[in-house]
Structure formats: C-alpha cells, structure tokens
Design a protein around this ligand. Structure first.
Ligand SMILES: C[S@@+](CC[C@H](N)C(=O)[O-])C[C@H]1O[C@@H](n2cnc3c(N)ncnc32)[C@H](O)[C@@H]1O
Length: 262
C-alpha cells in the first residue's frame, strides 16, 4: 500500500492532530466496564504517527504499536524517544493481515476506520484471529468504524475539509467519498492534501485514492465472531451507548465497537 498520506508522517501527524483526551477517558472507562482485569498493556494495530500511543503511555499504560509504513514507524519511534517514553512505548513494523504477538495484551485499539484498509473477508478474518491470539482471554479490542448507510440514496456524504497549522506549516486536507460499491463492499475515497511548509520553502499537493471496505454490521459481527470475539457494546461519537438491536448503519456516523475475547 503506497499512500503518500502515510509516507509523509510529519504532515499526517499535524493534519490529524486533535485533542483526544475525551477519547482516552472513554477508553479507560470501557476498560473498567468490560475487561475482566485491570488493563495495563495495550496493542495498537496500524498506529500511524503515534497519535494515540504517546498519550496512552503518558497515562501509564505499556503500549506497543505497529504499522505497515516504515516511515510512520521511524517517525513514531523518534517521537517516543524524544518524549522519553521508550521503556513504556514501542513501535514495530507490521501488517494487520498477519501481525501477531506472543506477549499477551490486555486491550487493543484500532481507530479512524483504519480496519477498512482490509477489504477481503479472508484478510479481515486473519486480522481478527491474529488479534485474538495477541490478547488475553477477557481482554478487549475497541474498533472505530462507520457502516454503510441504510439507504443507498443517502450514501452521498459531503466532503470533509479541514486546515491544520503549526510552526510555519499549513495543511489543508479533504477527504471525499467518491462512490460506493455495495455489492463489492467497497468505498472509493479520495484524499487531497495541500501542503505549504515555510521551513523547507516547499509547497505541493497530492490527490490519491483510498479504497476501503464498505462495512455492513452483519459482516462485522460475523467476521469478528469467527475471529474469536464477542460484541459487547457499541458507542457513538458522543460516547453514548447505541442499542445492539437497533439498525447499525452509516447514518449513526463513526462508531466504537467493543469486542471481547471470551
Ligand atoms: C488513518 S491512519 C490511522 C493511524 C492511527 N491509527 C491513528 O489513529 O492516527 C491509517 C494507518 O494504517 C496504516 N495501514 C494501512 N494498512 C495497513 C496494514 N495492512 N497493516 C498495518 N498498517 C496499515 C497506514 O500506514 C496508516 O499509518
């Protein structure tokens, strides 16, 4: 997967940096409510630029992240070193389709629809099996993703554009879903990034496709279940419970799925 977005870690980090303290509090509450023990050791598949690893390590967790992009791994390793967190935070190269860890983790987190980069059922199933292998029985896997809209005609989602600025660098990012292939269960996204970096006197932009899984709730339950997990709860972006028996669809936005290895 050669995505410029993930091979320019410094720019990714700035573009996707926002306050995640509310999310961290939410995860901590989920750990207390749903795990069978005190959560101390956390695994983050596809950890990117360490957006989550660093604050989790600062909260006292032992965290290990992995990512398929060598650039992301090198950048995150450097960030961990600079923050003086290296004994309690680590990052390695790994692929969600097969990365598994002998060390048994208490919980794992996979945010921002990242699991959607796995498109084929086999890859998704292998990922869940690898995650079940890497977690203790009674441990949690929290996955954030959005499902397909219930009605095809309202799959038209508006572009999401935002600007991030820091120390002479300005980045405008646009994330747009171009089309949905419901039968093939694919979502075709386009990411556009315009970068102006005064420090290096560079100004450039790129536009690239990101093809992702179009999730249907039934598929998520079936594949996570076959991989060794039970779905315990779903929360929305306001951290409110969504009843498991209600229609779980794209109209609800990004959702947190609380999976438990039983
Ligand atoms: C949207 S970013 C999310 C990063 C991080 N989880 C976060 O919340 O900021 C997606 C990340 O997934 C990584 N990625 C994509 N496919 C992967 C795979 N098969 N295995 C491991 N990492 C992958 C990319 O390199 C990128 O760093």
């Amino acid at each position: 997967m050669e995505k410029r977005l993930y091979y320019l870690p410094g720019y990714y980090d700035l573009a996707f940096s926002y306050d995640i303290s509310g999310e961290i509090t939410f995860f901590t509450e989920c750990f207390k409510r749903y795990a069978d023990f005190d959560v101390r050791r956390i695994l983050e598949p596809a950890c990117g630029s360490g957006r989550l690893l660093i604050p989790l390590a600062r909260c006292g967790y032992y965290v290990v992240g992995y990512d398929i992009s060598e650039e992301m791994v090198a950048y995150t390793r450097d960030k961990i070193e600079k923050a003086g967190l290296s004994p309690s935070a680590e990052v390695v190269l790994g692929d969600m389709r097969r990365a598994r860890f002998k060390d048994t983790f208490d919980a794992a987190l996979n945010l921002l629809n990242t699991i959607g980069y796995l498109i084929a059922d086999d890859d998704i199933l292998n990922h869940f099996k690898a995650m079940a292998y890497s977690l203790r029985t009674g441990g949690l896997y929290i996955v954030e993703l959005s499902c397909a809209n219930e009605h095809q005609q309202i799959d038209e989602t508006p572009d999401d554009t935002w600007v991030a600025e820091q120390e002479g660098i300005t980045i405008q990012t646009t994330w747009r879903t171009e089309r949905y292939e419901r039968a093939e269960k694919r979502k075709h996204n386009i990411c556009t990034m315009r970068i102006e970096d005064e420090k290096t006197s560079t100004r450039f932009m790129f536009i690239e496709p990101h093809i992702m899984r179009l999730w249907f709730f039934e598929d998520f339950k079936r594949l996570s279940g076959a991989g060794g997990f039970v779905l315990k709860a779903i929360y929305n972006q306001n951290f409110e419970l969504v009843p498991l028996e209600s229609p779980i669809c794209g109209e609800l936005g990004n959702l947190y799925f609380i999976l438990k290895k039983e």
